[in-house]
Design a protein around this ligand. Structure first.
Ligand SMILES: Nc1ncnc2c1ncn2[C@@H]1O[C@H](COP(=O)(O)OP(=O)(O)OP(=O)(O)O)[C@@H](O)[C@H]1O
Ligand SMILES: [Mg+2]
Length: 295
């Protein structure tokens, strides 16, 4: 197998991922929700030990608990943090469970070329690699980013035979991952949950919704990323207002609109001769429309 199938592979725990994750607003709640759902699946030996220690036997229910699918679906609008959070969640999980980990991201590039006939092969090699990497002390994560490109519902009429076959392969592989006994986890991200095949959604242990930031979250985002610039509470409030749905035809700026467009542009307008000011920030925001919602 060539590594070109994957955008990147990361060894976990990873300091860079950890740092990036610390700056994510609302991360802790999302992590707890997913970890709460997966921890029984991911520590099956621990669960057996627990059962024997406290009850003297392996409780029958344990084997049902561990029969679930280690599949997490991250769904929501563009730029709401699905991709960055997947890495962060994997990194944190590995730390919580005191294990090591390997994170594979399925390349969007290969899919972007429209190689539909090869989709099945792609899925097969991704899961083969996942199996190779998974070990007793090592969790293997696979992120199928923008999964609607590959996991599209089979009920779509125009769907080609090869595409249907690829979805079938994907479902079969998800089923097989259970045999790895909690040593592998699959994340799928999508902007369009309604395009994802029902059989895949049904298997998910968690479907987590990502949204654009609330008023409070936008304020926190500006405050955190501009810490060191003296902005008053009123000014932060104003920045949050300018990026709110009320001021932008009912759709506010996304996390990535603020982090990857507004702030870099505001800095570019100041650097290298002037300080970054509240006025520059306001003017920049007025010139950048929120990215459209993906439906
Ligand atoms: N919760 C957050 N807190 C702070 N910044 C965030 C948050 N979520 C996203 N961002 C910023 O937005 C950028 C884009 O996030 P990301 O690429 O994960 O979005 P996405 O949901 O995967 O979008 P797409 O659907 O377009 O792939 C990140 O690099 C980060 O700078
Ligand atoms: Mg993404």
């Amino acid at each position: 197998m060539t590594t070109s199938v994957f955008d990147n592979t990361i060894e976990l725990p990873n300091e860079e991922v950890k740092k990036r994750t610390q700056n994510l607003i609302g991360f802790e709640n999302k992590f707890q929700r997913i970890f709460g759902n997966l921890k029984l699946l991911l520590d099956q030996e621990g669960l057996v030990e627990w059962s024997k220690k406290f009850h003297g036997v392996e409780l029958p229910i344990i084997h049902q608990l561990t029969d679930r699918y280690p599949l997490v679906i991250l769904e929501g609008d563009a730029g709401t943090g699905k991709t960055v959070s997947a890495e962060g969640i994997a990194d944190r999980m590995v730390r919580e469970l005191k294990k090591e980990g390997f994170f594979l991201k399925l390349s969007t590039r290969v899919r972007g070329e429209g190689l539909h006939g090869q989709m099945g092969n792609l899925v097969n090699s991704a899961f083969a690699e996942l199996k190779t990497q998974a070990g007793k002390k090592r969790l293997a994560f696979l992120l199928i980013d923008e999964a609607d490109a590959i996991a599209t519902t089979r009920s779509t009429l125009q769907m080609h035979q090869e595409e249907k076959a690829a979805v079938n392969t994907l479902i079969q592989k998800i089923d097989e991952v259970r045999e790895l006994k909690g040593r592998a986890v699959i994340f799928m991200s999508t902007n369009r949950l309604h395009f994802i095949d029902e059989a895949i959604i049904r298997r998910a242990a968690v479907v987590l919704k990502f949204e654009r930031p609330t008023d409070e979250e936008r304020k926190e985002l500006f405050a955190k990323s501009l810490e060191g610039i003296k902005l008053t509470a009123e000014q932060l409030q104003e920045l949050s207002q300018l990026t709110s749905p009320e001021q932008n035809d009912n759709l506010g700026h996304s996390f990535s609109d603020i982090m990857l467009k507004i702030l870099p542009e505001a800095i570019a307008a100041s650097f290298p001769y002037n300080a970054l000011t509240f006025e520059i920030l306001c003017n920049t925001i007025r010139n950048i429309k929120p990215s459209p919602e993906i439906k």
